[in-house]
Design a protein around this ligand. Sequence first.
Ligand code: URA
Length: 262
Amino acid sequence: MESEMDFHTARALLEWQVELGADEAIGDAPVDRYALAAKPPKPAAAPAVPVAGPVPPAHAGDPVAEARRAAEGAADLGALKAAMAAYQHCDLKLGARQLVFSDGHPEARVMIVGEAPGRDEDRLGKPFVGRAGQFLDRMLAAIGLDRGSDDPERAVYITNVLPWRPPQNRDPSAEEIAMMLPFVSRHVALVKPRVVVLMGNISCEAALGRKGITRLRGTWTEAYGTPALPMFHPAYLLRQPLAKREAWADLLSLQARLRAPA
Ligand code: URA
């Protein structure tokens, strides 16, 4: 009997093929549809046992209202993580390996809100650990910040708008953002950072209801009830090295803000 391939192996193989350029799913042998039609039809399934009225799925209800209720009920970061893990409305969860909650020091003065986990983050369960994350670490080091520091003055706390990796790293939909937003809001409320950095367009869309990072970046605003700085996403900076000049100006602005009296 053929052994069944597990989900993650099948997905890794599929992703590998997509990276090689395969963009169409076709069989390796022609299918004779006349022969298929000649096969005897399957016996009809047994009639369903009637139930007393429609049974709503376990996660029926307004996804945003339920997220708000679950998030507001979380008294600390552990409870928030558990509430997110128990949340059933976001289908991104079905394709992800694990929930990516946060990294860094929960008492840090700086909280970074990124977009969503990518392949490396999905595998390791921490935000910003792939190429873009390594570049982010270098950006932070340039102004004396370090997500691994025990000192809240130097430390950084990092999370994402979406805790599950979207398939093929596609942009999350407006619905997915809306249903996860109450969790992000609560996350910021529990960490109480002095400033929030909105990393990239999705993070700005979620917090400010606006995209257009080229215009938004570098101008302090307010998000989640906290002073917030929109910045170019490090993945964008890796693709557009000329934009590093603006990113450097934004880092200096962040550093100046942290040096100013609270
Ligand atoms: N990009 C993000 O926005 N977040 C991550 O965690 C990784 C890449």
